[in-house]
Design a protein around this ligand. Structure first.
Ligand SMILES: *[C@@H]1O[C@H](CO)[C@@H](O)[C@H](O)[C@H]1NC(C)=O
Ligand SMILES: *[C@@H]1O[C@H](CO)[C@@H](O)[C@H](O)[C@H]1NC(C)=O
Ligand SMILES: *[C@@H]1O[C@H](CO)[C@@H](O)[C@H](O)[C@H]1NC(C)=O
Length: 442
């Protein structure tokens, strides 16, 4: 519980569409003097001074560690601490001056390795799970990763789907080594346009190369850089005074959260929409985050009225328009869209909420106190049935395995099926939104 709260990060909306800003709202302010008594270690570094990280890696619980010299930062906010307090054997084997690189293994084929953190120090690799060193480690790097050189600069995991297969990208100078985990084969690439990365980090399915106090987002297969880079890490991956986030990063009270729309796609990604922003709700391992809607769905620049997912696509309704996007990243607008609601679904806007239940072809559209059912497998699409609803003021709705939830203000109603929502004679008690559901505080 505490863990998910301290990982509750958010976005300073004013800054950028291209990369998330982080501001860990639940933790205390900077405390630079924590370990001053540990005299044999160098003075505590301050990441707001603009330092270059040696490595950045999340653990199996989604805690992100930033390494510099013999220190680390646990999370996006807070003081530096001595690394060996968290990963003690790193110090035993080498007098730990620094870590070269680290990544979190993504290997569903070998559950005994999945989610282990691999650290690279000179010519050795260390494997940790649950903050304990795995037996048999450290090892020579090439015993576990044949073809990968010693003294690497950076490493980052790249799961199948984002890369062609479960892979690890190693960086050394201008060389990139694409290591295929299953076949243990290595492809060397040169991404000359990318700066030399001293650490690399995968965060919310995006890839970041850190260099100096800057970072550059890149595509893990092509190496392509889109957008204006480099950016200063202090604006995004940590919370620093004078790299101000002002008040915009405040987390709302749950009792003040109101949704415009909510949906879950076939792959389980769940999105809640409010104003110009959306929140991913299924990313507990990386924290819950808010992003501008237009960061993911470029053409949707003015908020949404209703969103539903159907057959690998996401339908976004705003006013009289429907935008249809492919769900798979990156979200691309289907050619010919937006179209009018009338042309697509045979109804007039505006719409308050819309949802489809898995394996059904019916979209349930809520308009005022009515529910319209439209068969998405029929052409032309027309309203097949219409039912009055017992609840008014519904603004968002979603159907999942555990039934239908419709949201009215900061409360929601839960029904087992759309039919019960329309025809149940029992008046439901509303439930309140809680911090484990959304990014909000009680
Ligand atoms: C993780 O480590 C702690 C203490 O080091 C131990 O109590 C716990 O059982 C371990 N958990 C797992 C899943 O191995
Ligand atoms: C990148 O690394 C290569 C190889 O180590 C080095 O020759 C080059 O100067 C580096 N580039 C920068 C910008 O540091
Ligand atoms: C960081 O990026 C800025 C541009 O955004 C650039 O002017 C500066 O030289 C970069 N600094 C380092 C250390 O890479």
């Amino acid at each position: 519980m505490l863990l998910s709260q301290t990982l509750c990060l958010c976005l300073a909306l004013a800054l950028s569409y291209a990369a998330p800003t982080i501001h860990d709202v639940m933790m205390a302010d900077h405390d630079h003097n924590h370990h001053e008594d540990q005299a044999h270690h160098k003075a505590n570094p301050d990441r707001c001074d603009g330092i270059e990280f040696d490595a950045i890696v999340p653990d199996e619980n989604g805690h992100t560690f930033f390494f510099k010299g013999d220190h680390l930062w646990n999370g996006f906010k807070g003081p530096a601490q001595v690394s060996s307090a968290f990963f003690k054997e790193l110090d035993n084997y080498h007098h730990l001056g620094h870590v070269d690189a680290a990544f979190r293994m993504h290997n569903k084929e070998k559950p005994e390795k999945h989610d282990h953190i691999y650290f690279f120090l000179d010519d050795k690799v260390f494997s940790y799970y649950n903050h304990s060193l795995e037996e048999g480690y450290p090892k020579d790097i090439q015993l576990d990763f044949p073809g990968v050189p010693s003294h690497v600069d950076a490493a980052v995991e790249c799961p199948k789907g984002e890369c062609n297969s479960d892979s690890v990208l190693f960086f050394k100078g201008e060389e990139v080594y694409n290591y295929d985990i299953a076949t243990q084969s290595v492809k060397e690439k040169q991404w000359a346009h990318l700066p030399n990365c001293t650490s690399a980090f995968r965060w919310l399915e995006q890839y970041y190369c850190f260099h100096g106090h800057n970072f550059t987002r890149f595509h893990p297969v092509s190496g392509e850089v889109n957008g204006v880079y480099p950016k200063d890490s202090r604006h995004y991956f940590m919370s620093c005074p004078n790299f101000g986030h002002g008040g915009e990063a405040n987390v709302p009270k749950c009792s003040e959260v109101t949704l415009d729309a909510i949906t879950s796609d076939d792959s389980g990604k769940t999105y809640a929409f409010t104003g110009h922003n959306y929140m991913r709700l299924d990313t507990h391992r990386d924290g819950k985050h808010t992003f501008p809607i237009a960061r993911t769905w470029k053409e949707v620049t003015n908020g949404v009225d209703a969103v539903f997912s159907y057959s690998d696509k996401i339908y976004i309704i705003k006013g009289d328009q429907v935008y249809i996007y492919k769900s798979a990243a990156p979200s691309t607008l289907i050619e010919g869209y937006p179209k009018s609601l009338n042309a697509e679904l045979g109804i007039e806007g505006p719409v308050n909420a819309a949802f489809v239940c898995a394996d059904h072809h019916i979209v349930h559209i809520i308009q005022g106190q009515k529910m319209l059912d439209i068969d998405l497998s029929a052409t032309p699409r027309v309203v097949a049935s219409e039912a009055p609803l017992p609840i008014s003021g519904i603004e968002a709705g979603m159907c999942s395995r555990d039934g239908v939830k419709v949201y009215v203000g900061s409360e929601y109603y839960h029904y087992e099926t759309p039919r019960l929502l329309a025809f149940s004679k029992m008046l439901q008690e509303p439930k309140t939104i809680t911090p484990d559901m959304m990014r909000c505080v009680e």
